[in-house]
Design a protein around this ligand. Structure first.
Ligand SMILES: CC(C)(COP(=O)(O)OP(=O)(O)OC[C@H]1O[C@@H](n2cnc3c(N)ncnc32)[C@H](O)[C@@H]1OP(=O)(O)O)[C@@H](O)C(=O)NCCC(=O)NCCS
Length: 150
């Protein structure tokens, strides 16, 4: 198993990432091809692959302009691979990579009802900073979570 930074010419892998976005997030919140290419070229898109190059987990980061901070736009594990510890591995590994790039703080937002994800982030050191009411439309609330990278 290994963590890979996705490159713009790796079209086969990008295809798998796009499929996983639809499977993991449905119509709302997933990244389309425009966003995926933007994360690859202007942010960081990391994946955890198994030894046969099957996609296990995906992490999509954007840099925050003028600050040593990043926003974790999207994070998911392939449907059939969930609950096996892969999300935890990718989160920890990519934070080390970001720290080496000079990033000191990571933000993310999560559905307040998404207990599985909130638990994972809290165990990883994220804290809930605020409730963003109606952030993505009426009734679509988010928790803003933040972690200082050590
Ligand atoms: C949230 C998600 C990324 C977790 O990935 P994962 O690879 O299944 O997570 P892991 O197996 O590494 O587990 C990490 C932690 O998540 C929590 N967790 C994972 N599966 C769980 C389950 N079925 N029930 C309760 N908690 C669970 C636990 O706190 C776990 O820590 P533990 O193993 O010490 O108990 C995955 O469920 C997912 O892709 N969900 C859909 C997309 C999504 O909601 N992404 C987050 C958007 S902000």
């Amino acid at each position: 198993m290994r963590v890979v930074e996705v490159q713009a010419d790796d079209r086969e892998l990008i295809g798998k990432i796009y499929k996983n976005e639809i499977e993991s997030f449905g119509a709302m919140g997933g990244a389309d091809m425009w966003m995926i290419m933007s994360f690859i070229r202007y942010g960081k898109l990391y994946v955890l692959l198994d030894d046969e190059d099957n996609l296990l987990s995906v992490a999509q980061y954007q840099g925050i302009m003028g600050k040593n901070e990043a926003f974790l736009y999207g994070f998911s594990t392939s449907l059939k691979e969930r609950g096996k510890g892969y999300g935890k591995i990718l989160l920890e590994d990519t934070h080390k990579k970001l720290k080496k790039l000079g990033i000191d703080k990571v933000y993310l937002t999560v559905d307040p009802k998404n207990k599985v994800a909130i638990d994972m982030y809290e165990k990883n050191g994220y804290m809930i900073e605020e409730l963003q009411k109606d952030e993505y439309g009426k009734g679509v609330h988010r928790y803003l979570m933040v972690k200082i990278l050590m």
